[in-house]
Each structure stands twice: as C-alpha cells, then as structure tokens.
Design a protein around this ligand. Structure first.
Ligand SMILES: [Zn+2]
Length: 283
C-alpha cells in the first residue's frame, strides 16, 4: 500500500477568490500570492493518485491564522473524506491560539474521522513552538487523547524559500521535552532534527516523533531517505510529497532508484503510515 502522508487541497472558494484569501491571511499570501503556485482541489488529487498508483493520501489543513478559516477548511476536508473514505484521511487545521475553541474544533473533526491536527504553521499563525504558555493546551490535549500533530518545520540554514522561517529543530526540541507523550509528525524532515537523535537524550525523548518527506526534492538530495532511516530507524520515516508542491508519480519514480531493502521501502512508502494513521480500519 502506498500512502502520501502530506498533501494540501483547498475548498473551491479559496481557488476562486485567491486574492481575497491572500489579503485575509498574510502567510497564505506569502505562499500562494504568486498565481503560478497551484491550489489543488480534491478531484485533481484523486486523478494524481490514480496516475501514480497512490492508494491513500493524507489531507492536511493549512495553518490559517484565523480560527474561522480553519473551520471552513475543515468542513471541506471532512466532506472530501466522507466522499472518498477509502482513498483519503484528514488532519484538521487548527489555530492553537484559539484555546478552547480550537480544542472543540479538533474534537468535532476527530468525531468525523480526522486523525489529528496539522499542518501547524507557527510563523504564519503567530506563535513559536517554544511558547508553551500560549499553545500548550493543544499539545496537552493531544497527549491525553492520543491524536497526531503535524507541524511545519524549517532548516536553520541553507537556501531561502517562501514559508521558511523559524520552526527550527531547537524550537521543536522544547516541544518534545514539554510534551513527550504527544505523537508528533515533523514535516520536511523536521528541518534537520533527525541528526540530533544521535544524542541519546534526544532519541529517548523523541520516541513519539515521526518525520515526513514533504517537499524533500526541493530541500535535500535523495539519499536523505537512507541517512534519516539509518539514524532514526526506517519505521519513523513517512513518504510524503506536499502535493501539489511535488508530483506523486515523479517522486515515486525517484524512490525506485534508492538502495532501500524491500522491507524498508514498504515501510516508508506506506506501512508506517498505515500504522500511524490507523488506515487498516478504513480499508
Ligand atoms: Zn510544511
């Protein structure tokens, strides 16, 4: 089974009124202000999956600064999942700064089958992962309820790109220490966090931390799959495109060229996601 653990689709009104949403949400504007940047809908994602041989995609919410926009986005994602329950699962958009309203929204989405929350976009949403007094409610709740939290993550060095700000491994580490029971998925290979799992105390505290390969081709050479697998274990790495940022078919073809064992390949391309997102329940 092949699972894309990190994709983005938007409600039709966001694509139709792109400029309005760019004005309403500064971070959305930074990422999608350029009309050449694709905003995909569910039909396009499903066609992509069919063409690439992807069985299931994880739909991620955008990290809207406004709670109301998170709710709007979730309505669309939940509707898509209810229409294609064997092809799609969702992570709910949430603004942790909305406090109890955010928790109630997460609960609503979990009741409708969402597997957790994501993608958090701390810079766009106006907090840092170090500010536990402002965002801790969500992570306490995630620890208690056992749902997944996917956060955007960025490298503290290297080339610049829209959306690259301050979600660096040191800030993630405070979260891991503060909420060791929270099941975290770090997008984009955690901005380099896997390297620090070579430190025994970091490895010990990070047993509930997973990594996805969203947008990997733009950031790392393909061997990142091998190196991260060696360091953290191939059971903690999830193949993910960040669709439509990367195309599923091409990325899968690239995966063929990596010297992974059959077992490692199967785990990274889908087996790990099946376990983590509880996909056997829906199949
Ligand atoms: Zn991201």
């Amino acid at each position: 089974m092949i699972v894309d653990a990190h994709t983005h689709i938007f409600p039709p009104e966001v694509a139709q009124r792109r400029e309005t949403f760019c004005m309403m949400d500064k971070f959305f504007g930074e990422l999608y202000g350029n009309p050449a940047v694709r905003i995909a809908r569910v039909e396009e994602l499903l066609a992509e999956m069919d063409g690439a041989g992807v069985d299931v995609s994880v739909l991620c919410g955008f990290g809207w600064a406004s709670h109301e926009l998170c709710v709007m986005h979730n309505d669309y994602l939940l509707d898509c999942v209810s229409r294609y329950p064997d092809r799609l699962v969702a992570l709910a958009a949430a603004q942790p700064l909305a406090g109890d309203r955010a928790l109630a929204e997460v609960e609503r989405c979990l009741a409708r089958g969402a597997r957790g929350v994501g993608e958090l976009m701390p810079d766009g949403q106006g907090y840092r992962l170090t500010e536990h007094h402002r965002i801790g409610g969500l992570f306490e709740y995630a620890s208690e309820r056992g749902f997944l939290v996917l956060t955007h993550a960025t490298e503290p060095l290297g080339h610049d790109y829209p959306g690259k700000e301050r979600v660096t491994p040191d800030t993630i580490w405070t979260l891991v220490q503060g909420y060791p029971k929270a099941r975290l998925i770090l997008g984009h290979w955690g901005g380099g966090y896997p390297f620090y799992e070579l430190m025994p105390e970091v490895r010990k505290a990070s047993r509930n931390v997973y990594y996805d390969s969203a947008a990997s081709t733009y950031l790392y050479s393909p061997e990142v799959f091998l190196r991260v697998g060696e360091i953290v274990g191939y059971d903690k790495a999830l193949w993910a495109t960040d669709y439509p940022v990367l195309r599923q078919k091409r990325f899968l073809e690239r995966m063929e060229q990596l010297s992974l064992s059959e077992e490692q390949r199967a785990a990274v391309l889908g087996g790990n996601a099946v376990k983590l997102f509880g996909l056997s329940d829906t199949e």
